[in-house]
Design a protein around this ligand. Structure first.
Ligand code: 5GP
Length: 113
């Protein structure tokens, strides 16, 4: 089975601007930023999307969100930020490895397109 792009970033086969790493996850700059801050926080475990999460993943997902929150604080996004997890084609997911987008540094509209 071919590896996803994000698995290849985890394995350092593809370069990325990594801003945080621990035993469970990795965070790096999005290659096509949609806001002044646009980070992706991903688990090292290969999970295709939030639709694939099981009960056993609850602590892992909690950890990912705590990391998102810490990165937002580090970047002083005190005026707010958005956390997005696209799941499946209708949401526009393009990489089948679970990831949380952290977007901030500008005002955003709602609803999304
Ligand atoms: P999705 O559309 O699946 O929710 O988000 C995938 C994200 O991955 C997009 O925002 C896209 O810009 C980003 N991306 C795609 N390829 C690369 C890459 O090679 N490196 C990095 N850092 N980000 C990527």
């Amino acid at each position: 089975m071919s590896q996803t792009l994000f698995k290849r970033i985890i394995d350092r086969e593809i370069p990325a601007k990594i801003v945080y790493e621990d035993e469970l996850c990795l965070a790096f700059e999005d290659i096509n930023p949609q806001a002044p801050t646009h980070l992706l926080v991903i688990p090292k475990k290969e999970i295709a999307s939030i639709a694939e999460l099981g009960e056993d993943d609850a602590a892992l997902v909690g950890h990912l969100l705590v990391v998102v929150c810490k990165l937002a604080a580090e970047r002083k996004l005190s005026n707010g930020y958005r956390v997005v997890a696209n799941s499946g084609p209708d949401a526009g997911q393009t990489v089948p490895h679970l990831h949380f987008h952290l977007l901030g540094g500008r005002a955003m509209s709602w609803p999304p397109g």
